[in-house]
Design a protein. Structure first.
Length: 294
């Protein structure tokens, strides 16, 4: 049985840990509110922009000539992996890494064996995980969450777009956590390039008569890059909100677990203390009897 001093030290240590997890939960809850507002405000715009691009480009001749729609045999792959900069958020980061590895095994196994899969890491944890596994990691945008804004993410999107247009990559996919609520994050894998034109549900390009102003070519040429950048920005904002939700949930569970452990340790402490007192009483009684019989 552990000594009273050891048990007291463990209780003090767990109390300290519980204070930290409570504080981290509160910080994540505050950050989650702001992050949730950001993604809920952007999501309708991003969805409508994507829907509009799909509907317009399905019937626009200019869209088919865009360098971002050119499908070709897949030899070189870019995976944009969106994780967090810090840990202590449960399986948030490991799930993204596992999803990326599973995608390579199922869809790009030949390219992975040839070393033609490059990782663009947004978030330090993803960069560290794939570097340990020996993958080629693009770390130009790894610190995007340090100052998260559209300009920061746009730079990452433009680099991927330039690489695809120049033939450096034949396909670009994004792996991230989509935010639903504080307790639920859904892993998403989306093809960013080449873009696939899809008409809006319930409509076809043939049934819609568009009037382009200033011109079809100018609108589609401007719309396609803007939509690609906005979709990546939405994915990063989704991941940011998901991270804070995952961390808040993880810290809440850690706080509860610390409370349960404290109950057990206090019970052990009381039993140990009671046993020590009983032993002292028995020693005193034994000594008194020895003196009386002397």
């Amino acid at each position: 049985m552990a000594s009273l001093k050891e048990v007291r030290a463990r209780i003090a240590s767990i109390n300290s840990t519980q204070q930290i997890t409570k504080a981290m939960k509160m910080v994540s809850a505050a950050k989650l509110r702001r992050a949730q507002d950001n993604i809920t405000q952007l999501r309708p715009y991003a969805q409508k922009l994507s829907q509009m691009l799909g509907t317009v480009s399905a019937g626009a001749e200019t869209a088919s000539e865009s360098p971002y729609k050119q499908a070709r045999p897949i030899d070189r792959v870019l995976l944009i992996v969106v994780t967090s900069d810090r840990g202590l958020c449960g399986a948030f980061n490991s799930n993204v890494v596992k999803a990326a590895l599973a995608l390579m095994d199922e869809k790009y196994s030949a390219q992975a064996r040839s070393g033609n899969v490059e990782i663009m890491a947004i978030g330090k944890k993803g960069a560290e995980a794939f570097q340990r596994r020996g993958f080629k990691v693009n770390k130009n945008h790894v610190e995007a969450f340090t100052s998260l804004n559209f300009a920061t993410v746009r730079a990452a999107a433009e680099e991927a777009m330039e690489g695809f247009a120049n033939g450096r990559f034949d396909v670009v996919e994004v792996i991230y956590n989509e935010f639903r609520n504080a307790a639920v994050q859904i892993l998403r894998t989306e093809q960013m390039l080449p873009i696939v034109a899809t008409a809006a549900p319930g409509s076809t390009s043939a049934s819609i008569n568009y009037i382009f102003e200033p011109s079809e070519e100018e609108i589609v040429t401007e719309l396609i890059p803007k939509t690609i950048k906005t979709q990546l920005y939405k994915a990063v904002l989704d991941s940011n909100a998901s991270e804070h939700g995952a961390r808040m949930t993880a810290m809440d569970k850690a706080t509860d677990n610390a409370g349960e452990l404290l109950k057990e340790l206090k019970l052990v402490y009381n039993r140990t203390r009671q046993a020590a007192i009983t032993t002292e009483i028995l020693e005193i009684v034994g000594g008194a009897e020895a003196l009386a019989s002397a």
